[in-house]
Design a protein around this ligand. Structure first.
Ligand code: BTN
Length: 324
């Protein structure tokens, strides 16, 4: 776990300038050798530092760190009713909101670093300090889990719209919860719901996005991935997070009123596998072949298998473009 002093140093270095060992030591009130130790730990967590002889340290591929004030400023005084909190390091933003449930309605928690980020189907979620967006938003619904079956699809629509507005166009959705660009994964959504079956319920909406992943991090991920930098060049993560928060608030308010039906047509337009032949892996491991018809009113995926319609619900099912 990177100590919080390391984050203080990294915030200072995130301007991309060279900072002397003395200046950094003064920033944290410690010795230069402690600075060097902390920066070695930061390098071990995936950051690249340049040591400029006689001058000090520079963060390679620097990017502004997450900054609550910048995000709140970007949201503006008439922005959505969402509270924003930034943590340097945490196990998982979703685990933290679940621990605080139910008092997290309209609360967004983003972390610069997750030590135990969780993906779908029990997988770990890999992210890098300064190069990812990892956050969760708590949202209370009057209705229960049945009504929320299409929520992760609607959230995908909101994020694709926000990415477009922040200058990262062409992002598609892959049922049930992936954000993709040219068949490579850009991000994912993990929704966890607690509460009464008939409502009220609390959804913790966790989102992970690759903004600028170093090569070493890409190689550590077991599937083809991409990042916003490859699609559209440098993106300001604070601006992007503000756009996403605003778009999500509007979407979730709309979902509360109208359910998934209000987002279905747009979701289908943005679906990477719409009309495509696919292989579906079922919970028992068997694979069936079909072609994607679309999403139904509850967010289930409808696949045509030789003229017979099959309805797939999220959970343990996975979908891949068929090679044939
Ligand atoms: C997926 O498997 O595609 C879903 C990934 C969701 C990752 C995000 S990162 C923020 C939030 N906290 C977590 O531990 N997971 C989600």
């Amino acid at each position: 776990m990177l100590p919080s002093l390391a984050f203080t140093l990294l915030r200072r270095l995130s301007d991309g300038e060279v900072h002397s060992g003395e200046a950094l030591a003064a920033t944290i009130g410690m010795t230069r050798s402690r600075v060097s130790q902390l920066l070695k730990q930061a390098e071990a967590s995936g950051l690249t530092l340049e040591r400029v002889r006689g001058r000090g340290y520079r963060l390679v591929d620097s990017t502004p760190f997450l900054d609550r004030d910048a995000i709140v400023r970007e949201l503006g005084p008439r922005g959505p009713k969402v509270t924003v909190e930034i943590a340097d390091a945490i196990d998982s933003t979703s685990s933290e909101l679940l621990r605080r449930a139910p008092r997290v309605h309209r609360h967004l928690l983003a972390a610069e670093w997750q030590t135990a980020g969780r993906g779908r189907r029990g997988r770990a979620w890999t992210a890098v300090v300064g190069g990812s967006l990892t956050f969760s938003l708590g949202w209370r619904f009057e209705r229960g889990a049945g009504f929320l079956a299409g929520l992760s699809l609607a959230v995908g629509v909101a994020i694709a719209r926000a990415l477009e507005a922040a200058g990262c166009p062409g992002v598609l959705l892959k049922w049930p919860n992936d954000l993709v660009h040219r068949n490579r994964k850009l991000g994912g959504i993990l929704i966890e719901i607690s509460g009464d079956a008939l409502g009220p319920s609390l959804a913790v909406i966790g989102v992970g996005l690759n903004v600028r992943l170093p090569e070493i991090a890409r190689r550590a991920i077991a599937q083809p991935v991409t990042d916003c930098a490859a699609i559209a060049g440098a993106i300001d993560r604070n601006l992007l997070l503000a756009r996403i928060a605003a778009e999500l608030a509007t979407t979730l308010e709309g979902y509360e009123r109208e359910g998934f039906g209000a987002f279905r047509a747009e979701w289908q337009r943005r679906h990477a596998l719409q009309g495509q032949p696919v292989d579906v892996t079922l919970p028992d491991g068997s694979v069936v072949h079909g072609s994607v018809v679309g999403a139904d009113a509850d967010g289930a995926l409808v696949v045509d298998r030789d003229g017979r319609r099959m309805r797939l619900v999220g959970g343990e099912v996975s979908l891949r473009r068929a090679k044939r």
